[in-house]
Write a protein that binds this ligand. Structure first.
Ligand code: SAH
Ligand code: SF4
Ligand code: F3S
Length: 374
């Protein structure tokens, strides 16, 4: 019996696919080389932009042929897209050959749904759930081991679907994180450990007693062994001086920060509900550069947020020029149903977003050429 997993979206999903693989291997499945030889195919989906969702719809549609050839094939859909009730219902209607549809909160029950599939289609979306503290993982990211430290997000940036599909912030107990990392280090197969969370800087605020992210980093670094530690993603409003100091002082921590700015214009940042200004962002960058001169810094930007003018876009352009990021991700704003920004007036036409995104990518290339950065 063989399995094949198709993963969309962020590192969080990549790591969750390792969780899915762990569950399937425990049930006796082994990895298939391709979809054709699989007995079960799992699509772990992403809802962050419309493009991601369109790809999933197209590729799930293509599985119909495989199901015709192999009646016993089990097809399962999970992840951020299926967590949205309406999208899940639409998938249930559009794809009668899909056997299992579950959301993000009941993913760890996947084995039970597979057991029950003989009785009929399985469709269940939970509205919330506990964070998985300890689960089997089938790690498959080479010499890097992902470690989830929290799930969910409380920030409600007005463009973003994540808080709706991943729920409120929940931190894993520090003890469980440290034990997982000790195990990883003792396996001696991994050079890198990457901590994952939508907003790692608010780690531990919901724990009792509270543990700060800086403390967690220090405690991980005191684990004996040879490894490099990194983490993502940091929200600028929550990146503390203490965290910057720990990165500067701990040899085990990679000198690298991914710090999404999203925009360089204060009116747009306010509309996005990012809770910092351009000036605040620049002052954080300055602090990082003072304390960790060799630090690589990367960022995310959204162009064409509702009502963004050409001048406001120029502020984003000039911020990137000023900071000289090592690299950036630039995205065209994609309205997500249910978010505040999707209802805002003056949505920016696609061709304008396209022009702006191209300008940023050109600028990135220029900076990389001039500074010799990758
Ligand atoms: N938690 C992370 C981001 C996760 S989403 C953070 O806050 O930094 C990754 C990136 O996708 C975001 O940084 C943002 O640039 C982009 N993104 C999120 N929602 C988007 C949308 N509706 N349209 C376009 N890009 C979006
Ligand atoms: Fe989305 Fe903002 Fe949360 Fe990041 S911090 S996941 S962009 S709501
Ligand atoms: Fe996508 Fe969900 Fe990650 S929406 S970006 S897979 S948290």
């Amino acid at each position: 019996m063989k399995y094949f997993i198709v993963t969309y979206g962020c590192q969080m999903n990549v790591h969750e696919s390792e969780k899915i693989a762990g569950i399937l291997e425990n049930l006796g499945y082994s990895l298939a080389q391709n979809r054709e030889e699989a007995d079960i195919i799992v699509f772990n989906t992403c809802a962050i932009r419309e493009g991601a969702e369109d790809r999933v719809f197209g590729n799930v549609g293509n599985l119909k042929k495989l199901k015709k050839k192999n009646k016993n094939l089990i097809i399962a859909l999970c992840g951020c897209m299926t967590q949205k009730e309406e999208t899940a219902q639409k998938m249930l209607r559009t794809f009668p050959f899909v056997d299992i549809i579950i959301g993000t909160f009941n993913l760890s029950k996947l084995g039970d749904y597979i057991e029950s599939v003989k009785k009929g289609r399985q469709f269940e979306i939970w509205q919330e759930g506990e964070i998985d503290e300890v689960l089997p993982y089938k790690r498959s990211s080479g010499d890097n081991a992902w470690v989830n430290i929290m799930q969910g997000c409380n920030n409600f940036c007005t463009y973003c679907i994540v808080p709706y599909v991943r729920g409120r912030e929940k931190s894993r107990k520090e003890e469980n994180i440290l034990n997982e990392i000790k195990n990883i280090v003792s396996e001696k197969k991994y050079k890198k450990i990457t901590l994952l969370g939508q907003n790692v800087n608010s780690y531990g605020k919901d724990l009792n007693p509270q543990v700060s992210f800086a403390q967690l980093l220090k405690d991980i670094c005191s684990i004996e062994g040879d490894f490099k530690l990194s983490f993502m993603t940091s929200h600028p409003k929550d990146l503390t001086n203490e965290v910057i100091d720990v990165i500067a002082s701990e040899d085990k921590i990679e000198k690298y920060i991914h710090l999404p700015a999203q925009s360089g214009n204060n009116r747009i940042l306010h509309l996005m509900n990012r809770k910092y200004t351009r000036e605040k962002y620049l002052s954080i960058i300055q602090k990082i550069r003072e304390k960790i001169p060799s630090c690589r810094i990367t960022s995310d930007f959204i162009v064409g947020f509702p009502s963004e003018t050409e001048e406001e876009f120029e502020d984003t352009y000039s911020l990137i020029k000023e900071v000289q990021f090592d690299s950036i991700f630039a995205f065209m704003y994609s309205p997500r149903e249910g978010t505040v920004a999707s209802k805002m007036e003056n949505q920016v036409p696609e061709n304008v977003k396209n022009e702006r995104v191209n300008k940023l990518l050109k600028l990135e290339k220029k900076i990389q050429k001039e500074t010799g950065k990758r």
